[in-house]
Write a protein that binds this ligand. Structure first.
Ligand code: ZN
Length: 293
């Protein structure tokens, strides 16, 4: 069977792209939905493992493979662990925006969402001197007004949607203003595979790292054949643990060893997509279940 021609072209004749991304949620992902968990010292320590132990281990791993990655950092994490966030930037990795306190955006009004975006931007500028090119909505919950708010603030891309294998230009309103969208998927997120926090998250059924290496390798190879962009989302508090980091190490070795794969940051992918000739932005409309047929 012959694979169909890929819908985008990649630099240097590569067939596909692969990006390793890390959401440095720390305590924020728990506190935004369960503020009373601030008094649960053990739960807080589970989240703190990410910045304290996971990030340094992952930085070492990435350096061994000379791979640059994208780290999405909530403003709260930046304020609580400024040295960790500065170490990520100093190692040459990309830092993206991931809310302030990892706020869920379901039913959040545009003004409130804009205030969260600005608070997160201020924190990353203050702590790491960074103006991020990219955004990932907490819990991947983009709203229909997020793209315009991101464009107004100079973001070049978002990585929260799931309707394609490859990145594309997203129309933010009038066909001339666009944002690059770099799609993700739950199967390529370690949260569903590894996360267990009593009364807060997970089923208690944790996948073995060997399973994830097999699953993610199959996804990487199939996405390469499809000519798309493989985007893995890992959390340092989960994949930063030793056996899981070892499995990730093997996956990155496999990816970096494929000459037909462009292993890079999401910002590099976004810049490439925005530079392609004949860009045709995609318009995504909000479904109206009450509209007459
Ligand atoms: Zn997150």
């Amino acid at each position: 069977m012959t694979a169909p021609a890929p819908p985008v072209t990649w630099p240097d004749g590569r067939r596909a792209a692969a990006c390793f991304t890390f959401d440095v949620d720390g305590e924020s992902a728990v506190l935004s939905t369960h503020p009373q968990a601030a008094s649960r010292m053990s739960v807080m320590s589970h989240q703190a493992y990410g910045p304290l132990v996971g990030v340094p281990r992952l930085l070492d791993l990435l350096e061994r493979h000379s791979v640059r990655a994208t780290f999405f950092v909530p403003g709260f994490t930046a304020h609580r662990y400024p040295d960790v966030v500065r170490a990520i930037a100093a190692a040459g990795h990309e830092i993206g925006h991931h809310g302030y306190l990892h706020e869920p955006l379901i039913d959040v009004e545009p003004d409130a969402e804009a205030a969260i975006l600005d608070r997160g931007l201020d924190a990353l500028a203050e702590v790491a001197g960074v103006r991020p090119a990219g955004y990932r909505a907490p819990m991947w919950e983009l709203t229909f007004h997020s793209p315009a708010l991101l464009h107004e603030r100079g973001f070049q891309y978002d990585s929260s949607l799931m309707d394609a294998d490859h990145p594309y230009l997203l129309d933010v309103g009038d066909g001339r203003r666009t944002l690059v969208e770099i799609p993700v998927h739950w199967a390529l997120d370690d949260w569903e595979q590894y996360c267990y926090i009593p009364d807060i998250a997970g089923t208690g059924l944790m996948r073995a790292p060997d399973d994830m290496l097999r699953t993610w390798t199959a996804e990487l190879d199939a996405m390469t054949d499809a000519g798309g962009c493989f985007v893995l989302t890992n959390h340092p508090f989960l994949t930063g643990r030793p056996a899981r980091a070892r499995a990730l190490d093997q996956l990155i070795r496999h990816a970096a060893g494929r000459p037909d794969l462009w292993v890079t940051t999401l910002a590099d992918v976004a810049a490439h997509i925005a530079s392609l000739p004949d860009p045709r932005p995609r318009t995504i409309t909000r479904p109206d279940p009450g509209a007459p047929r």
